[in-house]
Write a new protein. Structure first.
Length: 76
């Protein structure tokens, strides 16, 4: 059980890191500094993390957000 909890925390930290990187790249793309074409990936990761936040209060909303996020990650 401890291993699963540690793995969950590590995965969450990695997802937040990718999300921050994606937002920075999207801002750079908006300003014309760089090009970034993975907007759906960033939105999908944001939905997956949001589903983790609302998991305890609303189970059905959490599942819907998780499925939508995973679909966007695969599309992106």
């Amino acid at each position: 059980m401890k291993f699963a909890k540690i793995l969950s925390i590590v995965c969450t930290v990695l997802l937040v890191g990718v999300l921050v990187y994606g937002v920075i790249m999207m801002i750079g793309d908006f300003m014309g500094i760089t090009t970034f074409n993975n907007q759906l990936l960033v939105v999908g990761i944001a939905l997956v993390l949001l589903s983790d936040l609302v998991q305890k209060s609303k189970k059905s909303l959490s599942i819907i957000l998780l499925i939508a996020g995973i679909i966007l990650i695969f599309i992106g």
